[in-house]
Design a protein around this ligand. Structure first.
Ligand SMILES: Cc1cc2nc3c(=O)[nH]c(=O)nc-3n(C[C@H](O)[C@H](O)[C@H](O)COP(=O)(O)OP(=O)(O)OC[C@H]3O[C@@H](n4cnc5c(N)ncnc54)[C@H](O)[C@@H]3O)c2cc1C
Length: 254
């Protein structure tokens, strides 16, 4: 994720496939032909085909199997309203401003921005899944419910309780700092966990782990994170909880 690189090296083909202007098979055959005729790297072409043949078709299958329950699912019972700045990008969190601003300008952001920026905030800030899903459906040019809902409710928000993911996608503020230039010049600091200058994503992440310590601790993929949580003192954990409550009470102010 890099400003001002809005599209990177992505294909921008999802809307054409979802609108049935291109068939997925047509795209796959063209990619394979390019591999054979133009000497493209196998790893690149395989990865691209796998996204379409694997993820896109798989998501469609999950939608078919899990509807209509997927639309109303709320595994964690989150109750916060979507902050108004999802519709404007007007927030002091630079990563949200960048990802949302780009989305509103282009009707597009790539997978990691959807999953690890707007999605991670949605789950850790405990926003009502249907409001988050409604936002994704409204803002992206490729938003078709059969692809959008399994990605948003299933993958980003874990609101189906993990039908096809082994853990919720949550991360502290440092993840995006390592993966982008979004954090330079931000009002918040990713390394600080508590207080007004702490990156809200960092506070919300530790608060989420604290709230779900038992389930995260029992999952081999997330247990190491719980070990880190348990290195915090009871006072630090209480301070994270109380700062998270304060933030969630006024998400619009972040
Ligand atoms: C929260 C969230 C919401 C999403 N909502 C949508 C949506 O409404 N519509 C949509 O088409 N995709 C959605 N995606 C998947 C993915 O982000 C987009 O397909 C991709 O960013 C489209 O850009 P591109 O064509 O440049 O894809 P590239 O990154 O170049 O990938 C090539 C193709 O692979 C397919 N693909 C890759 N990842 C996925 C995936 N996770 N699910 C389904 N297909 C995939 C797409 O058809 C895409 O065109 C969502 C992902 C997340 C995490």
């Amino acid at each position: 994720m890099w400003t001002p690189l809005d599209f990177g090296w992505h294909a921008l083909l999802s809307s054409s496939m979802n609108l049935r202007l291109l068939s997925p098979l047509e795209v796959i055959v063209a990619a394979e032909a390019a591999y054979r005729n133009r000497g493209l790297e196998l790893a690149s072409v395989e990865g691209f085909i796998r996204q379409i043949l694997g993820w896109r078709e798989f998501m469609g299958g999950m939608y078919f199997i899990d509807m209509p329950g997927l639309k109303t699912a709320s595994h964690y019972g989150h109750t916060r309203d979507l902050p108004a700045w999802y519709w404007t990008g007007n927030t002091r969190m630079n990563r949200m401003r960048q990802a949302i601003g780009q989305t509103l300008a282009n009707g597009y952001s790539h997978h990691i921005q959807r999953l690890m920026v707007t999605g991670v905030f949605g789950i850790t800030a405990q926003i009502i899944p249907q409001q988050v899903c409604g936002w994704y459906l409204a803002v992206y040019v490729d938003a078709v419910e059969g692809v959008e809902l399994p990605n948003t409710a299933g993958m980003a928000l874990f609101s189906d309780g993990g039908r096809f993911t082994s853990k919720p996608y949550v991360a502290s503020g440092g993840y995006v700092k390592g993966m982008s230039n979004y954090c330079s010049g931000c009002s918040y600091e990713t390394e600080i966990r508590i207080g007004p200058s702490a990156c809200p994503l960092t506070t919300l992440y530790w608060n989420f782990l604290d709230a779900h310590e038992a389930t995260f601790g029992a999952n081999p993929r997330t247990a190491p994170r719980v070990k880190n949580l348990q290195r915090m003192s009871p006072e630090q954990r209480a301070a994270v909880r109380s700062r998270a409550i304060e933030m969630r009470g006024n998400l619009d102010a972040l």
